[in-house]
Design a protein around this ligand. Structure first.
Ligand code: C5P
Length: 230
């Protein structure tokens, strides 16, 4: 069973996807981490971020990996743990070049599908999971929230990671990423056909999760054990 959760930054999709996966006892795939680790590799190697061929080759050949545990995603780049380094504002500010590269997207989507085929069941989260990556997913969700609320959530996470940023900087970065994610010619962020939309502005993660679980139940996709919180 493949469940996709798409939505913009700070919509709550990562936490929702992680908790849903834990509830269902299946793995969770954070595809944003893939775009982030390729961004970090490009910055470290000084690759020209507008050089499509160089970016595609980087995504194909660089030794990076995602360890999708039940409650965490550990990311390595050339054998080094970069789980925290990929969340920095510097990486945030440059992901749009990587996400806008058709070649990189092709490489990463192929990897996502290979992981899906190997795992058979997973919750996968990103911007294009219900559209480009898994158009035939068993269930699709699109989560969104007001930009101010999303910026508040991002600020909280970044400060918890020790980043020295202001609310205004986070909001500006988020609006810029919204603009480029929705407006790019390749794989723009859209509500996938057949997706259930959830506005999380006034909902707690628990409430979002309850809605998804109720929807999965309605479709007969839940095993009895997953109906109750572990
Ligand atoms: O979800 P997260 O904020 O970690 O994603 C980082 C960036 O990667 C996003 O701003 C977006 O540009 C890109 N991304 C994407 N497609 C995905 C996941 C992430 O374009 N499936």
């Amino acid at each position: 069973m493949i469940i996709t959760i798409d939505g913009p930054a700070g919509s709550g999709k990562s936490t929702t996807a992680r908790k849903l996966a834990a509830r269902l006892g299946i793995p969770y795939l954070d595809t944003g981490a893939m775009y982030r680790v390729v961004t970090l590799a490009a910055l470290e190697d000084g690759v020209d971020l507008r050089d499509e061929a160089a970016l595609t080759a980087l995504a194909e050949r660089t030794d990076w990996d995602l360890d999708c545990g039940p409650t965490h995603t550990r990311v390595t780049l050339r054998g080094r743990d970069v789980t925290e380094a990929i969340r920095s504002m510097r990486v945030n500010d440059h992901t749009r070049f990587i996400a806008g590269s058709p070649g990189v997207r092709r490489v990463l989507i192929a990897r996502q599908r290979a992981i899906g085929a190997r795992l058979a069941s997973m919750v996968t989260e990103g911007r294009d999971q219900g559209t480009a990556a898994f158009p035939d997913a068993d269930a699709k969700y699109f989560v969104d929230a007001a930009p101010e609320k999303r910026a508040e959530r991002r600020l909280h996470d970044l400060r918890a990671d020790g980043e020295d940023v202001t609310y205004e900087q986070v909001l500006a970065n988020l609006l810029e990423r919204d603009r480029t994610d929705a407006g790019r010619p390749v794989a723009p962020l859209v509500v996938p056909p057949g997706a259930v939309r959830i506005d999380t502005t006034h909902l707690s993660i628990g409430e979002v999760l309850d809605r998804i679980v109720a929807d999965l139940e309605r479709r007969g996709l839940l095993t009895p054990a997953a109906r109750t919180e572990p």
